[in-house]
Design a protein around this ligand. Structure first.
Ligand code: ZN
Length: 160
């Protein structure tokens, strides 16, 4: 195996790369987020699967998604699953305007776990992962000043 990135060795299990997921991991190395798009019905989906989840069509093609996205849901991990894993950290599930059907999970950086909020804007980032792979993660976008809502809810949901 060729030398991986020079960053400190991240803990975890490297992804199992398949024919269907190889383009995704190749693009990830370049900091680009690819999702699958079905040429037949235009449905987009993630993670790569090699077949359209909507119409079962194949082959599918890849399209690049750019940020920002919005936090659809999140969880905070406090468990040190692996030696060397720094906790706590937030894992966010992110959706993107104009890309229904696509939600991408990843670690959130640039925001304390207790400050993560649904609906908050995030940029796509990648960070070194196990085995020299770049893994998707997200970087919090500072929100404009405004009245704070209850933690974990957007103002709209809080008012419902
Ligand atoms: Zn389709």
């Amino acid at each position: 195996m060729t030398a991986a990135v020079g960053a400190p060795g991240p803990v975890g299990i490297p992804p199992a790369v398949t024919e269907e997921t190889e383009p995704f991991w190749e693009a990830a190395r370049e900091g680009r987020l690819l999702v699958e798009r079905c040429p037949a019905c235009a449905a987009e989906s993630f993670p790569p699967y090699g077949i359209c989840r909507a119409c079962r069509g194949r082959p599918v093609e890849f399209v690049e998604i750019t940020g920002p996205g919005r936090i659809y849901s999140f969880t905070v991990n406090h468990q040190r699953w692996l030696p060397g894993l720094e906790v706590p950290y937030a894992i966010v599930l992110v959706e993107f305007p104009g890309h229904p059907g696509v939600r991408v999970a990843g670690r959130l950086r640039g925001c304390a776990p207790q400050d993560v909020a649904i609906g908050a804007e995030v940029e796509i980032g990648f960070e070194p992962g196990p085995g020299g792979f770049a893994v998707p993660s997200f970087v919090a976008v500072p929100s404009p000043p405004g009245p704070p809502g209850p933690p974990g809810f957007t103002a709209a949901e809080g008012a419902a």
